[in-house]
Design a protein around this ligand. Structure first.
Ligand code: FES
Length: 92
């Protein structure tokens, strides 16, 4: 597990109601991985846990829902107060 070495500009958001600490400028995906949360969604057919893979917007394995919109968490900057949840696959 990754450990943070500095805490110069902390922010936090929630994922499924759990508070996730981050640093200003972190992506939502990197903050989740640093927190130890790897499974951000469940695959549609096999119901397998999926999480960030490429960290550059190519694989779409990191989809989450923020403010009612499905977004790539690796391409979304973590900011204070974001409410992040798992994607409802009925909508994707
Ligand atoms: S981790 Fe691949 S698109 Fe986000």
């Amino acid at each position: 597990m990754l450990k943070r070495t500095s805490n110069n500009n902390p922010v936090s958001f929630t994922f499924e109601g759990e508070t996730i600490p981050a640093q200003s400028g972190d992506s939502v995906a990197s903050a989740m991985l640093a927190h130890g949360t790897q499974a951000l969604r469940v695959s549609t057919r096999r119901k397998a846990q999926r999480g960030p893979y490429c960290m550059m917007g190519a694989c779409y394995e990191c989809l989450v829902e923020i403010d009612g919109k499905t977004v790539q968490s690796c391409m979304t900057t973590a900011t204070d107060g974001l409410q992040v949840s798992r994607v409802n696959h009925e909508d994707v």
